[in-house]
Design a protein around this ligand. Sequence first.
Ligand code: AMP
Ligand code: GLY
Length: 424
Amino acid sequence: MRRILVVGSGGREHALCWALRREQPTLELWCAPGNPGTESLATNLPVSTNDFGGLADQARQLGIDLTIVGPEAPLAAGLADHLRAQGRRVFGPLAAAARIEASKAFAKEVMRAASVPTAASATFTDLDEAIKYVNHHPEPLVVKASGLAAGKGAVVCATRTDAADTVRAMLGDGAFGEAGRTVVIEAFLEGEELSVFAVTNGREVRLLPAAQDHKRLLEGDAGPNTGGMGAYAPVSFATPALLDRVRREVLEPTLVELERRGAPFRGVLYAGLMVHPDGTPNVVEFNCRLGDPETQAVLPLVRSGLAELFWRAAGGEPLSEIELAPGAAVTTVLAARGYPDRPERGAVIDIPEDLPDNVEVFHAGTSRDDGGRLVVSGGRVLAVTGTGGTFSEAQAASRAAAGRIVFSGRQHRGDIGWREAARA
Ligand code: AMP
Ligand code: GLY
């Protein structure tokens, strides 16, 4: 396999291009549409992720061997189905399996059928029934838009009153559009969050290093939920014993159940877990792709074997092994002024030229203005990854570099990895 197309334009896709290029310097690599960061590693193609015909044409003309799809929206809308129908090998699930992320109601059904540990829940489309359920639910409780909501569709409610207001906003006022026309109401789970990435051919799994995301905007895990403000890997409480339990109790039964429903999963099954103090790995959500910004911390720890593993998973073949690098990685997200509600575009970004070798800057919401200057063009702008022999070296590198990259309105957290630091 020599020709790879990465679909997407975020920090995750930049990290994918970076990792593939690092492992195979002679690889022929394209990214659609890519960003100013992928430009130096791959040939960017000006084709949008929802232009399935355009992507298929490019893949055919370029003789692409493997297409790796980064984001969930095109997978949920059937991009892998479209490409596979034309005989292309795709790393990423068909729409029927991507539903595990695109419909939280479906994910809950699958988990129930497969006896996967998760919060007790009920699904509603009717406002009055949902309110009745809320009125008898212990506090705190969680209300979720069932559909895709860019990581912002879950609202943890301290009281039944808050939960009722949230349900009214979603089902009554359409606050989350179509995504919120069905809501899942579930019990609050105690514990610590963990992101587990299982590369799978539908049956076998290979785990990438486990990561921890930081969903809240502000230091100390305060403020609104975001798509993720930073991440680190590996996570010391994710011991081999815990990960083995996740494989047996969560990943394998879910894959079997998906296959039983005629929706075998090829790609990355991402289990967002809440690990209870007693060690039970409860599923908070499934995603049908790599995490963002977790990927920017996880892939620097994969020394070799990524392309081969993705190739085999995509083809439904027996999986190969990856070789991991020792040490740790921490990534700090720099977000735009106004993120997550109303990110402002246009600020000019200054990245120093003399950042140390153990720092990588992954682009997410950046573009070039008419004068060729790098400017802010999205909510999460850059992900700054530091690596090191130890967690604290990686954390210090990420934090220091993040502080030196400047643009007007920059928001970022200086405490990424605070739980790991507290354990050390
Ligand atoms: P989700 O969109 O389902 O990933 O939820 C976003 C975030 O809300 C999660 O990362 C958790 O921090 C929080 N959350 C979601 N569901 C629960 C739950 N049942 N108990 C506690 N926290 C939750
Ligand atoms: N960082 C969370 C996600 O990718 O869904």
